[in-house]
Design a protein around this ligand. Structure first.
Ligand SMILES: NC(=O)c1ccc[n+]([C@@H]2O[C@H](COP(=O)([O-])OP(=O)(O)OC[C@H]3O[C@@H](n4cnc5c(N)ncnc54)[C@H](OP(=O)(O)O)[C@@H]3O)[C@@H](O)[C@H]2O)c1
Length: 263
């Protein structure tokens, strides 16, 4: 258990991918700070599952889109465990509309939770990590940072910003032995998909799986495995990278080339 005696803060870890990451880090030995924003019950359930595996876990309600929420999250983590070794920026939200229907409020909301939070959570966490000899920060991005997905403009822009923040953190925090990276999964079947009209179509996940070279969509556990790897000594020389893990879905030039690869 390579994360034994380590403390991990996983933002948005009551549900979906965050929950899987938290439980994977707990399985690898970490104690947990389970963060939620609106849904306490699933966060309590995540914490209870970690505790059943012998880990310590606390639940903290905090909106990472605000400076007050970030301060509360780390103050609670330090009160419970004395410090933090691992930060996973997983929480995300989005104002999902076409370009011409976007509003400034939706842009600000999305950017603050998905991108600004990563910078200021890192800023809040880094001194404590350094005092403990170093740490790991992993953020969860999306291929919408470089591909164009339906209704995804502000989330895509926030994820592009998140990946840039990841590179800057990786360089500027390296002297404190803090390793910073991001992971970028393809489509994962979580509640998040309910917020996209395209993704609510009946057989859309089957179609995506059929168009994915690996033959299936990504699972929350797939993502958790790569995050855990990025927190391991084996990944020590990976810095500032965004690891695309989509089963090869973004590789084929579908719609431009036919099956024989000709235009
Ligand atoms: N699902 C996909 O296909 C997919 C693909 C690529 C990347 N991702 C990324 O993977 C991450 C997790 O996605 P998911 O599909 O698991 O999402 P999800 O099911 O919608 O869950 C979102 C999580 O974020 C939390 N959250 C939202 N706003 C928050 C805030 N202001 N402060 C603190 N927590 C907040 C939610 O907490 P509450 O429950 O309390 O609201 C929830 O735990 C996101 O970064 C997402 O962009 C997802």
């Amino acid at each position: 258990m390579f994360l034994q005696h380590k403390v991990a803060v996983v933002t948005g870890s009551g549900r979906g991918i965050g929950r899987a990451i938290a439980l994977r880090l707990a399985a690898d030995g970490a104690d947990l700070v389970v963060n939620f924003f609106r849904n306490r019950a699933p966060a309590e359930a995540t914490a209870a599952e970690a505790q059943a595996r012998g880990r310590r876990a606390v639940v903290v309600k905090a909106d990472v889109g605000t400076p007050e929420g970030i301060e509360a999250l780390f103050a609670e983590a330090e009160k419970a465990f004395g410090g933090v070794d691992i930060l996973i920026n997983n929480a995300a939200s989005g104002y999902n509309r076409p370009v011409m229907e976007q509003k400034i409020k939706g842009w600000d909301w999305t950017m603050n939770i998905n991108a600004r939070a990563a910078l200021f959570c890192a800023q809040r966490a880094a001194p404590g990590m350094a005092a403990r000899g170093g740490g790991h920060i992993v953020s969860v991005s999306s291929p919408g940072s470089f591909r164009v997905l339906p209704d995804y403009v502000v989330v895509g822009a926030s994820k592009a910003a998140l990946e840039a923040v990841t590179r800057y953190l990786a360089v500027e925090l390296a002297p404190q032995n803090i390793v910073v990276n991001a992971v970028s999964p393809g489509i994962v079947a979580t509640d998040a998909l309910k917020h996209f009209a395209t993704m609510r179509q009946a057989d859309v996940l089957d179609k995506i799986a059929a168009g994915t070279p690996a033959g299936r969509v990504v699972t929350p556990e797939d993502v958790a495995g790569v995050v855990a790897f990025l927190c391991s000594p084996a990944a020590d020389m990976i810095r500032g990278q965004t690891i695309l893990m989509d089963g090869g879905a973004t590789l084929p030039l579908t719609g431009v080339l036919n099956e024989s690869g000709r235009a």
